[in-house]
Design a protein around this ligand. Structure first.
Ligand code: CAA
Length: 284
């Protein structure tokens, strides 16, 4: 496997831009791709802001930031990924959309390139199956916000090779992250455990056991978490939480993963959390 020098990141949303930032700061050439030029402009701004926040705490110098920004290239043309040694996709959580992307990436990238998905719950084995290199396909799941959170969850598909796993692990470590490894079953490790907690918080609210503020304060102060589960759900996106719960429910076949009707109703009403201005809480 070739040494990783150039990284392609597909999708310039919160996760994709955070991953591109990590790659650029840690010395890699980065292509950040999004079909929407506005998303690329927003990503560049959010990366600059995040880097300045880190600089204001003395964690990065202006020289490092300047060099990182020079290594970051934005594009809307997948052909630019021809030089990439490693690709991470962070596009919409739709299996069909991701499979279409993997077909294209398989055609365009070098035969030696590793294709990673930042999916939070979709099967890596199924994504790999649409490529001619399933042994070089892997899950590389960053936590939100990627520049701050210390974990990367690596998921081995049924065909993922040891070489691909080792290269992905050492890349995550170059980004300063600690790695955990999961087999390819719905929700992997983090979401399999986190989403039932968030779902239970919704049931606690839905059945009138407590107010949203008390549920969050109870878990935040009572179990030393930075955010309560409802606040965290708004941060992740209620639509994202719902879709992960549905993947858990379908994939593991246990009724305990069935999403709370209140969560479903919020998403139906367009209350998707912070990004939509209202979720469990009102941010407007
Ligand atoms: N870039 C740079 N710095 C950032 C940042 C970013 N994108 N986001 C936050 N920070 C920094 C801030 O500068 C601040 O630093 P100091 O404490 O040193 O001053 C620190 O992080 C805290 O930020 P804030 O004061 O703005 O806000 P906060 O104290 O509420 O922290 C938080 C924000 C880091 C997000 C914190 O609330 C937290 O850790 N929440 C839990 C996040 C979490 O659980 N994420 C995982 C979700 S699950 C997931 O991602 C998987 C999935 O598939 C759904």
């Amino acid at each position: 496997m070739e040494e990783v020098k150039t990284i392609g990141v597909v999708g310039a949303g919160q996760m994709g831009s955070g991953i591109a930032q990590l790659a650029a700061v840690n010395g890699f050439q980065v292509w950040l791709l999004d079909a929407d030029p506005k998303a690329l402009t927003m990503a560049t701004n959010s990366i600059s802001n995040s880097l300045q926040r880190l600089a204001s705490k003395g964690q990065l110098s202006q020289a490092v930031i300047g060099d990182a920004l020079k290594r970051l290239h934005c594009t809307s043309n997948l052909k630019d990924f021809g030089t990439a040694d490693f690709v991470v996709e962070a596009i919409a959580e739709s299996e069909v959309v991701k499979k279409n992307l993997f077909v294209e990436l398989d055609k365009i990238t070098k035969a030696s390139a590793i294709l990673a998905s930042n999916t939070s719950s979709i099967s890596i084995t199924r994504l790999a199956s649409v490529t001619n290199r399933p042994h070089q396909v892997i899950g590389m799941h960053f936590m939100n916000p990627p520049p701050i959170m210390k974990l990367v969850e690596i998921i081995r598909g049924a065909a993922t090779s040891d070489e691909t796993y080792n290269a992905t692990k050492s890349l995550a470590e170059r980004f300063g992250k600690t790695v955990v490894c999961s087999k390819d079953y719905s929700g992997f490790i983090v979401n399999r455990i986190l989403m039932p907690m968030i779902n239970e918080a919704f049931f606690t609210l839905y059945t009138g056991v407590a107010t949203k503020e008390d549920i969050d304060a109870g878990m935040k102060l009572g179990t030393n978490q930075p955010m309560g589960p409802l606040e965290l759900a708004d941060f992740i996106g209620l639509d994202v939480c719902l879709s992960i719960l549905r993947v858990l429910h379908a994939g593991l076949g246990d009724a305990k993963y069935a999403p709370c009707p209140l969560l479903v109703q919020y998403v139906d009403a367009g209350r998707c959390g912070r990004k939509s201005g209202v979720g469990v809480y009102d941010y407007r």
